[in-house]
Design a protein around this ligand. Structure first.
Ligand SMILES: Nc1ncnc2c1ncn2[C@@H]1O[C@H](COP(=O)(O)OP(=O)(O)OP(=O)(O)O)[C@@H](O)[C@H]1O
Length: 229
């Protein structure tokens, strides 16, 4: 089995009219199936940039991203989107739920985009919500009727509905208080242990970091050290 993620000499330079900013400087990284990996580093060190490259949301300036053995670097945007939809789920700090859709409709959304028929996607969305304690009974609510922790759990359900091998999360507990944050940590940990979902997550949360298998420290766009735990 190839690693789920291989990043090879990944560099990213952001260019504006006047300035150039080197956000990643030749990052090499491999993530094996089932690993729970935390990416930590100071603000501006390149965590989000690295997640965007690995999640195929943006292209590197140099280097390669290989997902499940498929080199994404030279693929067309359409093929890249296909690879992303098939293999990767995303969870963001700000939940990014659609306010006028119900919880169930939000979770169904990636399946609707993938062209899955209505009855099938409804069933699958209910299945995923049922796996997260306390979520199925919220299925008809709108996001603004939920707490931050509940909204983040909806976002996690939405990220999982396509059954991705890789979950990419960018500071998923940053906007949550300690108690609701703990519930999200517990959920991600159980997805990793019980469902063997591979998780790559940027975080500053000590509770989250302590639950990971490997901690990658990044600074100035480079991997500074890696700690196995
Ligand atoms: N679109 C962009 N255009 C120009 N510069 C950018 C862009 N996106 C990020 N940067 C710069 O690249 C550097 C790395 O940003 P990045 O968001 O990856 O850091 P981060 O480690 O995720 O930070 P934080 O913890 O604050 O979220 C920062 O200095 C940032 O200002």
């Amino acid at each position: 089995m190839p690693p789920i993620v291989q990043a090879i000499k990944l560099s990213k330079v952001y260019r504006t009219k006047k300035v150039e900013y080197v956000a990643l400087r030749g990052v090499d990284l491999e993530i094996q199936g089932g690993e729970f990996v935390a990416l930590v580093g100071p603000s501006g060190s390149g965590k989000t940039t690295l997640l965007d490259m690995i999640g195929l949301l943006d292209s590197p300036t140099a280097g390669k991203v290989i997902i499940n053995g498929i080199d994404a670097t030279s693929l067309s945007e359409r093929k890249k989107a296909e690879l992303r939809n098939k293999h990767i789920g995303f969870v963001f700090q700000s939940y990014n739920l659609i306010t006028y859709l119900s919880v169930l409709e939000n979770v169904e959304l990636p399946l609707a985009v993938a062209g899955i028929p209505f009855w099938k996607r409804r069933k699958r969305a209910e299945e995923v919500l049922a796996e997260i304690p306390g979520m199925l009974e919220l299925k008809d609510k709108k996001p603004n009727e939920l707490s931050g922790g509940q909204q983040q759990r909806v976002a996690i359900a939405r990220a999982l509905v396509n059954d991705p091998e890789l979950l990419i999360a960018d500071e998923p507990t940053a906007n949550l208080d300690t108690k609701t944050g703990e519930a999200v940590v517990k959920l991600l940990k159980s997805l990793s242990v019980e469902k063997k979902v591979t998780i790559l997550m940027a975080t500053h949360d000590p509770d989250m970091i302590k639950n990971c298998d490997r901690v990658i420290h990044i600074r100035d766009g480079m991997i500074e050290r890696v700690v196995e735990q």
